[in-house]
Design a protein around this ligand. Structure first.
Ligand code: DGL
Length: 268
């Protein structure tokens, strides 16, 4: 079906999910909206995250999207159920796919989850994990220092290692998890550092890959896949600076972005 897939995030972090969608579904067109102006969502109250997310969704619904991906973990934690009730198109969040991937991986049923304060206090990951398997032990931890560090472009090296090691100490000292879910869009960019801090015996899961697989399955199942031939042209919107957005996308993920347009939402 010749309609785009909408992807929303609090900023540029959701490009980690978008790049996986592009890899797995190369024929599909994406319309990505990042609320960079109001990023981060992680420390904001639930009501604010809901309001901002609904504004993004209104914007994308006017672009005639056929499926919505909430690439932001914090927004997924607070709005997935609400949006599934409100919209008639399929809505995919990043939490359920990440939880599923972790359950497929764990051998000892002890899974760690790291995310923003909002995501961790919402308990969305433990709920998702327990809804699949009630015997899973979940060790969750907010890592509020990671997003600002990634935004500064510090992904590897001494400073990154120190911050990651200090933050993950509570999970490391228990030494029992065998699987760790990166429950935040920004954390895949720290994956190498997180892996070296946690050690090879812990499998690190980023939900982007599994989310893209779910999108692909749902599009196939509902006969919504685009089956024609065309040069795929993705469209990117930000509520903040277009130059900064394009620069970070290129630097972080090597996604070539020709133009980034400004989105004006109700309260921006
Ligand atoms: N996108 C957010 C998430 O995945 C991280 C950045 C933020 O706090 O807005 O939770």
């Amino acid at each position: 079906m010749d309609q785009p897939i909408g992807v929303i995030d609090s900023g540029v972090g959701g490009l980690t999910v978008a790049s996986e969608l592009m890899r797995q579904l190369p024929k599909e067109q994406l319309i990505y909206l990042g609320d960079t102006l109001r990023c981060p969502y992680g420390p904001r109250p639930k009501e604010e995250v809901i309001q901002y997310t609904l504004e993004m969704v209104d914007f994308l619904m006017k672009k005639n999207i056929k499926l919505l991906v909430i690439a932001c973990n914090t927004a997924t934690a607070f709005t997935l159920d609400l949006l599934r009730e409100k919209l008639t198109i399929p809505v995919i969040g990043v939490i359920q796919p990440g939880a599923r991937a972790a359950i497929k991986t764990t051998q000892n049923m002890k899974i760690g989850v790291i995310g923003t304060e909002g995501t961790i206090t919402s308990k969305a990951y433990p709920d998702a994990l327990h809804s699949i398997h009630s015997d899973i032990n979940v060790y969750d931890l907010a890592c509020p220092r990671f997003v600002p560090m990634v935004e500064k472009g510090v992904l590897t090296g001494e400073e990154a290692y120190r911050v990651v090691e200090e933050s993950l100490q509570p999970l490391k000292s228990e030494k029992i998890i065998d699987t760790l879910i990166l429950g935040c869009t920004h954390y895949p960019l720290l994956k190498d550092t997180i892996q070296s801090v946690m050690g090879e015996e812990v499998t690190v899961i980023s939900s982007g890959e599994e989310t893209a697989r779910e999108v692909s399955a749902i599009l196939g199942y509902q006969a919504l896949l685009y089956e024609g031939e065309r040069a795929t042209k993705h469209v990117f919107y930000t509520t903040g600076s277009s130059e900064v957005f394009a620069h970070i996308a290129k630097q972080w993920l090597d996604i070539p972005i020709a133009t980034v347009e400004t989105a004006y939402l109700i309260s921006t």
